[in-house]
Design a protein around this ligand. Structure first.
Ligand code: NAP
Length: 268
């Protein structure tokens, strides 16, 4: 497939880019001409592999791709991450808030400490990263863009995953509020909402034939999505092809948000 250089000359920081969707975004952005900063929290070797793939796709262009460690649930670590990236490059054009985790327990016994941990990483981290990015965007001409990795669960409830559901619901209004607040100052803010994608977060089914078939039976398109399919949507929203798009969530979910149960009429 030919990929155009829609992101040539842009500098992008992608959180949680050591694995899964974040890795695919980093590699896709590099292929489209961006210089990428690959954030990770614990998976150093995996982040190095993302860096290798980004460098490979860029060939001998001399682009200053980098990896940067930070737990996005820790505001001090976020500040250090931006210091590191901005001192290496001097500027930033694209922030992707992709890092995210989830955990399961019935809501009436969901531990409050765990709830706070998930919210710190999945919702407060994106807010703090966005604040730093916006201050940078406002400090120079040209603005910039922010992309959030949301989920179909920003509108579809996810019983047993109360903290994740709340964080993705919050991410929807984080996206919309920032988009409105900064729309006239050259800053676009959008989100991508993946459905069921075969990554480590779905270890429960991605490599188990029977469990995966069960998951896929609920998806109108009949299959899980790939990280690369998500990355393509992020690349569109990051590029000038989406120059008049802000405050939107683009659902990349194989039709999961189309109320599949209504495919055959049962209600009247
Ligand atoms: P994944 O394969 O488990 O990857 C998660 C990534 O997040 C890893 O790179 C991990 O890095 C990073 N991460 C986790 N905690 C972090 C922290 N505290 N600070 C910085 N980075 C951290 O999951 P994924 O499917 O790619 O998920 C990426 C995003 O997509 C998440 O926001 C998730 O909610 C969203 N999403 C996924 C699906 C799906 O079906 N896969 C569906 C909807 C939405 P380390 O290993 O270094 O910790």
């Amino acid at each position: 497939m030919t990929i155009t250089g829609r992101l040539e000359g842009r500098y992008a920081l992608i959180t949680g880019a050591s694995r899964g969707i974040g890795r695919a975004i980093a590699v896709r952005f590099a292929r489209e001409g961006a210089t990428v900063a690959i954030n990770f929290s614990g998976s150093h070797d995996a982040a190095k592999e993302t860096l290798r793939q980004a460098q490979e796709t860029t060939g001998g262009s001399g682009k200053l791709h980098m990896i940067v460690q930070a737990d996005v649930g820790d505001e001090h670590a976020i500040a250090r991450m931006f210091d590191e990236v901005l001192s290496a490059w001097g500027h930033l054009d694209i922030l992707v808030n992709n890092a995210g985790i989830q955990s399961e327990a019935e809501s009436h016994v969901y531990p409050v400490d765990e709830y706070r941990r998930i919210l710190d990483i999945d919702l407060t981290g994106p807010l703090i990263c966005s604040q730093v990015a916006i201050r940078h965007y406002l400090s120079r001409p040209g603005g910039g863009t922010i992309l959030n990795c949301s989920s179909v669960h920003e509108i579809v409830p996810k019983p047993g995953f109360i903290a994740y559901s709340i964080s993705k619901g919050g991410l929807r209004n984080l996206t919309r509020t920032l988009a409105l607040e900064y729309a006239d100052r050259g800053i676009r803010v959008n989100a991508v909402a993946p459905g069921a994608i075969a990554t480590d977060i779905n270890a429960a089914w991605k490599d188990d034939q029977e469990a995966r078939a069960n998951v896929e039976s609920h998806i109108p398109m009949g299959r899980a999505g790939t990280p690369e399919e998500m990355a393509a949507v992020f690349a569109f929203l990051a590029s000038d092809d989406a120059s008049y798009v802000t405050g939107q969530t683009l659902y990349a979910c194989g039709g999961l948000t189309l109320f599949g149960e209504f495919k055959e009429n049962w209600s009247s």
